[in-house]
Design a protein around this ligand. Structure first.
Ligand SMILES: [Zn+2]
Ligand SMILES: [Zn+2]
Length: 139
């Protein structure tokens, strides 16, 4: 997944966000897994001997990546997926397979913007749809 990392570098250079080596490493692990990743899976994959990779640091790196629009949190699975389009700036629409936990992201319109309360500033939105993916047998 070199593209996701290159996109992330470009996106961060543009926005002035600082993609530290640990943040980059966390993003790389999420992107490479090809499936939603749990925080503890990330922790076990990151070199624990490194003092910069203590759990709180890894959670902060995830928070940064979510805030920067590079990673989305899949609430239903309490897991993380890399965004295929860094910082797309509108809602992420995720289709979550309840059978195999495969998650597909499609670029949505701007749901949530239309009916928002007056004066409310939307920073990020994630819409999750649940069902069965094309590879899973239908009941
Ligand atoms: Zn996205
Ligand atoms: Zn499936």
């Amino acid at each position: 997944m070199p593209d996701i990392l290159e996109d992330a570098d470009r996106h961060c250079a543009k926005t002035g966000a600082r993609l530290t080596p640990l943040r980059r490493r966390v993003l790389e692990l999420v992107a490479r897994s090809g499936a939603p990743v749990k925080a503890y899976d990330l922790l076990s994959q990151i070199d624990r001997s490194s003092t910069s990779a203590k759990p709180p640091t890894v959670y902060r790196a995830l928070d940064f990546l979510i805030e920067a629009g590079l990673v989305h949190r899949v609430e239903a699975l309490n897991a993380f997926v890399a965004c295929p389009q860094a910082g797309h700036g509108h809602a992420a629409v995720l289709y979550v397979c309840e059978s195999c936990a495969n998650v597909t992201e499609v670029q949505g319109a701007r749901p949530g913007q239309e009916n928002k309360p007056p004066g409310f500033t939307v920073k990020r939105s994630v819409i999750e749809h649940y069902g069965l993916c094309v590879d899973c047998p239908k009941p």
